[in-house]
Structures are given as C-alpha cells and as structure tokens.
Design a protein around this ligand. Structure first.
Ligand SMILES: C[S@@+](CC[C@H](N)C(=O)[O-])C[C@H]1O[C@@H](n2cnc3c(N)ncnc32)[C@H](O)[C@@H]1O
Length: 350
C-alpha cells in the first residue's frame, strides 16, 4: 500500500458558489468603497452589485445639460447619487445642486457617501421631499439652469427584499418608495374591488390578464387570505395562469408578475399624479435657456412626458424639445440590463 492510499479520505468542503446567496451576506458588495475589486468584477459580468445603482446614460445626459461652473441644478431623483456626482463634478466646486428623494433610508446613505467624497452641503442640498414640490425648491434656489429626473426605482430598492419590489425574493408586499408614508401594496389589496384592480392593472401596466388576476386576488382576500408577501402574490398569479400551455407558461408568469408589481408600485406611490404635477411645474422652475432631461422606464411615463414637452413647445414655453426619444447605446444595455427600457427626453426653456 502506498503512503497516499493510507491517508484517510478527507471530504472536500462543499463549494458554496462565488457570491453569498442572502442579501444580508453580500457584505463586500454592500461596502463598495472598501471592496472596489469585488464591485468591479460584479459590474464587468453585467450585474449590479448589491447596495449600488449603476447610473444610466450619464454621457448623453451631461452632453445635453452642458453644465457650467457657477450654475444651479436640480436632481429630482437622488437615488445612489451617481448622476448627482457626475453633475457636481461639472460644477468644478462652483455652483450648487439641490436634490430630492422620498426614500429616507437610501438618501441618508447617499448623503454620507457623497459628503465623504467631498460633496458636502456647500455644494449639495438634499431634501427628503417629493419631486412634485419642485416649485418650492426652485423658489429657494432662484431657478435652475439644469434639471434631471431619472424616474422609477433604484437597484438598491429592487434588491432589498424588505421593500417588496421584486417577485424574485420573498418579503413583505410593501412597494412604497417612502415606507414612512401612505399604505403598503398589501393594505391596498385588502380593500380594493375587483373592477378597480382590473382597471389599475390595465392602465398602469397594460396587463392582458387583468380581469383574471383581479378576480383571483380579490377572491383570495375575501376568503381571508391576505396577500401580504411578494411570494403570496406570485403564487396567486402562477395559479391563475395555470391554464396557459406549459411551453409558454414560465415566460407569461414572469411578465405578468413584472406588470402586476409595476402597476401596484405606480398606484401606492401615485406615480402618474406626481409626474404630471412635476411636468406642469417644470417650465416655471427653469431659468431662461435652462435645460431639463427626463429618463423614463415604461410607456405610461414616457407618454406623459412626451405630451407635456410637446404642449410646452407648442405654447412657446420651450425653445426646443426632443422629437424622438434618446436611447442608451447597445454597449450600455449589454453591460447593464436595467438600461434596456430607458427612454430619455429633453427640453430647453425659452
Ligand atoms: C432610478 S433611481 C435614481 C438613481 C440615480 N439617478 C442614481 O444615479 O443613482 C430613482 C430614485 O427616485 C426616487 N423617487 C421616485 N419617485 C420620486 C418622487 N416622486 N419624489 C422624489 N424621489 C422619487 C426613488 O426613491 C429612487 O431613489
């Protein structure tokens, strides 16, 4: 017997995979400044590191806004602060940016991160306000030379199971951008009628199975089964669509889950109402020659923005506006799948 075969066989430690599986365990990605290599590796693979948001169309936005030192700007949707930081850099230490977000939790982290990178209160004012209060902020600032709105939700919000934005992880069915105000999606489903829910799914997300899904949800709630987690909602959708031929079922369930979550998110956050108000107040917040860029992520938002800019142009409020949408490059979409649905529109105040 050789020496080698006498050595007792040692069981190899089970391979756990490259990345930690639970959100809380993604400690390296959640501290991006400390673990730059891990973060770069995740980004190169076309993924967004946990706790981070990759800003979309940064170059196109900066090219259009033409930010000069000494100017005053407004970032309506602070998020991770990627766009804010890129715009702050253009100011070269002279000028000011006001930014809003309704997400207290993420805004506090972003404020700290930007302060540590040298963008303190002398250059940046963050307000925990809805961007539809743009008129008040413009009054305090004396009008804006440039404005950016990057609508929707951040990757941090989608990836955090406690927020309930994703049907891919289980968590409370919340879907509020500001968890300190309003009611959660679960509470909304507790009292909504079948007709109203079907209308919401159709209007907010063009859901083709809106009638079937609305009936199934309201039936469950009537039986006393509260749909208060993301997985419970997903299960109701899966059961409702079980009549779909097996070869198409998986994809249809996925799409219907995406649309249902989108419709509920728009509803609990009054997204169309606040965007409408923002677009109405936008011209009044811009200085003459001021520039505004808006990124949207679904057709309902884009239609609203398009109409407001077109009407503003026809009324002589805007000197110019985007006739066509500007889309991210194929390269950007390949590196960041969340960029696929992005549409940018812009206008210049007369
Ligand atoms: C797509 S993210 C913005 C990402 C950001 N541009 C960046 O580069 O990191 C959208 C952000 O806007 C915020 N938001 C959405 N609707 C809002 C509203 N009506 N008022 C203020 N903030 C809003 C969300 O909470 C989220 O943090």
């Amino acid at each position: 017997m050789t020496q080698e075969s006498q050595t007792p066989h040692k069981r190899r430690v089970r391979y756990k995979g490259k990345y930690p599986r639970k959100f809380e365990e993604k400690y390296k990605e959640l501290q991006p400044e400390k673990y730059q290599d891990t973060v770069q590796h995740v980004i190169q693979k076309g993924n967004t590191p946990a706790g981070m948001h990759i800003s979309i169309m940064v170059n196109e936005i900066l090219d259009f806004l033409q930010i000069q030192p000494g100017q005053t700007g407004f970032d309506a949707t602070l998020g991770y602060g990627g766009h804010t930081k890129a715009m702050l850099k253009c100011l070269k230490g002279q000028g000011h940016i006001y930014a809003t977000d309704v997400d207290h939790e993420e805004a506090a982290k972003t404020k700290k991160r930007l302060e540590e990178q040298g963008f303190g209160e002398d250059l940046l004012t963050i307000r925990l306000q809805n961007f539809c209060t743009i008129d008040q902020i413009a009054k305090d600032a004396g009008g804006f030379d440039f404005i950016l709105a990057d609508l929707g939700v951040s990757s941090m919000q989608i990836d955090n199971p406690k927020r309930g934005f994703s049907f891919k992880t289980d968590g409370p069915l919340d879907l509020r951008l500001n968890q300190e105000a309003g009611i959660s999606a679960a509470q909304r489903l507790d009292t909504i009628t079948k007709e109203e829910l079907a209308g919401m799914l159709e209007e907010n997300a063009d859901e083709p199975y809106c009638e079937e899904i609305a009936k199934a949800i309201t039936d469950e709630v009537r039986k006393g089964n509260h749909i208060d987690t993301t997985f419970k909602l997903r299960q109701v959708i899966e059961k409702t669509l079980s009549f779909i031929p097996e070869k198409d079922r998986k994809e249809t369930v996925k799409k219907t889950c995406q649309r249902t979550f989108q419709a509920l998110r728009i509803d609990v956050n009054n997204e169309f109402e606040v965007l409408y108000e923002f677009m109405e107040k936008l011209p009044g917040a811009l200085k003459p020659g001021g520039r505004a860029a808006i990124l949207t992520f679904h057709s309902g938002e884009d239609k609203l923005v398009k109409r407001a800019l077109k009407e503003g142009y026809k009324a002589g409020i805007y000197e110019d506006y985007s006739r066509d949408v500007v889309r991210p490059s194929a390269k950007e979409c390949a590196g960041n799948p969340r960029a696929h649905s992005t549409k940018m529109r812009w206008a210049v105040k007369r």
